[in-house]
Structure formats: C-alpha cells, structure tokens
Ligand binder design. Sequence first.
Ligand code: 1PR
Length: 533
Amino acid sequence: MISLLDYGAGNVRSLRNAIQALGFELTEIEHPSDILKAERLIFPGVGAFGAAMERLHQLGYVEPLKEYLAAGRPFLGICIGLQTLFEGSEESPGVAGLGLIPGLIRRFDDPSLSVPHMGWNGVRVERPSPLFADYGGEKFYFVHSYRAEPDARNADWRLATTDYGQPFLSAVSRGRVAAVQFHPEKSGAAGLRLLRHFLAGEEQADLSPAALASAAGPTRFAKRIIACLDVRANDQGDLVVTKGDQYDVRDKGEGGAVRNLGKPVELAQRYYEEGADEVTFLNITAFRDFPLDDQPMMEVLRRTSERVFVPLTIGGGIRAFTDGEGRHYGALDVAHAYFRSGADKVSIGSDAVETVLGVLARGGKDGGSSIEQIARVYGNQAVVISIDPRRVYVDSPAATRHATVETATPGPHGERFCWFQCTVKGGREGRDLDVVELARCCEDLGAGEILVNSIDRDGSKAGFDLELIQSVRAAVRIPVIASSGAGRVEHFSEVFAATGVEAALAAGIFHRREVPIAAVKTHLRGRGIETRA
Ligand code: 1PR
C-alpha cells in the first residue's frame, strides 16, 4: 500500500493520477501516526522550502517522518521532497530541514541562465539503483530555483547529477530511502517507469547501458515544444478547440461559425503521445464568463490530467470575480479550482495588464495582485504571464514614451519603428502599456514564466515575431515562451537561434496536422538544438 504525504500546499493531483494510471492504490497520511504505519511513503513537495517545513511542523509530521527515515524504510521524495531531506535552504534562511542529508540547498546563481530551471534535462546516473534499472537515457522534467549541491559530506547519498550552470544532485538514495529533484509524474513514459519501480518495491539495483553512457558527459537542457489549445464554447454550446487568425476565431463571411478544430481532451492526448513537452489550454472567453461556473472546462482539465503526463498549463479568466448573486471570488479561488482540476501552471493575461497599470500608477506593489497571491501559495514556477501584444508603428522613437524597435517589417505607411502594445480581453482593448514594462513588472511580482503571443502573427504561419520575442527575452531572467505564427519547422530553429528563448508554442500547424511535433524536434536536433527525445 502506498501512502502519500500531501501536506496540502500545492498541486499533487498529477502525482495521484500517475500512481493510479500505474495501477496502484493510495492511502492518505492524515495523522502523524499514519507515517509509521506506512509500508511505502511518497512525499511530493511543491512550493517553498520554508512553507513545506512549517506545514510539516504544524501537522506534527516532522518527528515521525525523521523516525521513518532513520529506520531506512521505503521512501521517495519529489522536488521539495528531496530538498527538505537536507539541513536547510537558502530559500528560507534559518529554517531547519529534516537534516537527514548533510549539505545546504542553494539558489541557482549563474547569471547566464534563466531561473527557475524549468524544462527537460538529462541525468548522470552514477551507481546501480532500482529507480534507474531500465533507464534509457531520457530527460526528465525539472522546475526549481534551488538545488542540492554535491559535496564530500553527501557523497554516499549521490545517485544522479544534472548540469545547469553547475552540477547539482538530481537524485539521492541510501538503502530504500530515495528522492528526485525532477517530477517523474510529469516526465512522460520515463518518469512513469521510475515511479513504477518505487511503487512496486523493486529492489534489484541495476545500471543500464544508457545509464552508464549518461555518466560520460554533460547533461543537456532541452528546448521545449508546447502545443497550445485555444478553447471556447461554439454557438451550439460545445467546448471546442478553436484557432484565431489574428485572434478572430470565426470562419470568414457573414455569421461565420467558431472554427472547430477538435475536442480538447482528445487533441491534448494526441499531442502528449506525439511528444509535446507541455500542453497549454487557453480558455479564450473566460474573461467574460465566470470560470468557476465553467464546469466543462474543469472537466476537460480533470480528464486530460488523467492521461497526459507532461506539464499542463491553463489560462483564461484568472482574476477576481463577483458572480451573479454578488458573491466575490479572488483570483486565487479561480487558480485553486484550476490546480485542483489538474493544472500544473496557470497563465494570467488580462489581469496581469490591469495589475501592472495599477502598480505603475500607485508607484509600487501591494501584495494583493493575482500574481503575488498565486506565486506565494503555489510557487513562482506555477505562474505564467500570457501577453497579447500588437504592433503600434511610429515614425520615430521620439513619437512615444514606449520602448521601440527599429523594425525590419515597416508599418503600413512605411514607419520604421514600432512598439508592442499590451491588450486585454483577447485583444479587444488596448492599454497604454508596452510588453517590456509588463514583463519586467510581472517578474518583479513573482511570475515564473512569460508566454509571448502576437496578435499580428497569430495564425499567419509567417513565423514568430522575432523583434517582439527578443524585446521580452532581453527584459527578464525568467523563462520565455515564443508563440504565434509558426508555419514550418524552420520557424522554430529560427526563433531559438535568434532569441535564445527556452520554449516555442504553436497551435494551428499542429491542429491541422500540417507539421508533426516529431518533425520539429528532428529538424532542431539536425541544427544542433537540444530537444527531449
Ligand atoms: O485574459 O487572463 O482571461 O486569458 C485569456 C487567454 O486566452 C490569454 O492567454 C490569451 O492569449 C488567450 N486568448 C484570448 N483570446 C484569444 C483569441 O485567439 N481570440 N488566444 C486568445 C490567443 C494565442 C495562442 C495561439 C498562438 C499560436 N491565442 O494561444 O495559439 O498564437 O497560434 P499559431 O501557432 O496558430 O499561430 P485572460
């Protein structure tokens, strides 16, 4: 029987789904005494180090957990569940960890690298282990801003290391106690296999040929290819995957129907099977409907998270609402509902623009924004900002206060400069705010990633707006996702080579089966750009 130690801070639905998909039943740790009764204990940690330790103390779990671990009983920690085994973390100075493993958790500090380390990276398996018995050399999904440093004092715990600026401990074990920094429940088939080895109590320690090979050289961080599903109800009320052409999702001509490119869950599962590194749902009319009433959307998320084991992002309508009966809901309530339904990250569009306008007008942040609230509870890495910008052409930089670029694509009247205006409500309204102001302020508010769409390029197949993407890439240190305009495989190598972004997203060419995800990855590897297999 598997006992899950869910201390209630974050989204562990994905892990539950993975364990159930593997055919194992879970029992919950609901009382400190349950810990010493557990046969096999799995401890997924999400959120911040200090918050995790505080919750464990509040629940009275620390002492029984230390006793369980000291007895060397079967244990698998995940992410923060690895970090709390150490003595402490720079993330929460002065907060003691469980102290089972000597050493400190430190922040990534290589200025040339985005933080969090968010995406797919390899592991160097350093000794035989049941977890990696049939390891085939695949990459795993990481999302963390702090890392466990290998040193002489924890050498006997070292199971695998990974390179991101410098090597860090990506897996530790001693006897039947093990922990991994990456998320096996979000690492596709390779992650499910590793989970199965633990859940089945396999003790056969082995070192596969691929594991031996992995120990040879550096691990390589992959660029992410993300499949995006814009979702809304069609005129018959059915939730469909649609696709905008410069954000217009209706077929051309009088009374055009909402384009219908398929069913959300089926398409998401197809993309998972075809090798998408992440799947993003954008609920494109949620800005006007109250998402908590949108049970079909929550059902789509629940059913998708039961069969898709790579990160799921959901956006649309994450902001404060007052419903028809005058009941007030905060953005955190909407985000809770999305996480409970299976999302790993939430993306905020319109509300981020209004928030930043408020911060700039007030001259400072007040801790009450949707970004700050959600990042505080779920961690920075769970908050994505989705920008819906459009080009505004000007004759000269002096014509506007906004950050302009000298563009290779002149305006309709030959203007050689432009700035990128932020919009809300799916591009329906512009705001006096540019993408650089938005991105920088959102990073300061605690967002973990920026999705840069483009109204001008959306659905055009003309390629990504490289000048737009580069403007945002240069403005922040958090990961950036390029979006809008992909038409052929070369557009992906072009945007990675020109801007250095960590991920690229597409919709239309995948929905219409014009370009397979595998073809994009083959092309990128052919150009020496690392991808997950
Ligand atoms: O503003 O917080 O309620 O969130 C609304 C979300 O829905 C935002 O993320 C916004 O980008 C999105 N959205 C709103 N209206 C539309 C629309 O199309 N009418 N989708 C819309 C925007 C952008 C990408 C698109 C790429 C790739 N879509 O998701 O799929 O441009 O397209 P391509 O590869 O086919 O060129 P809130």
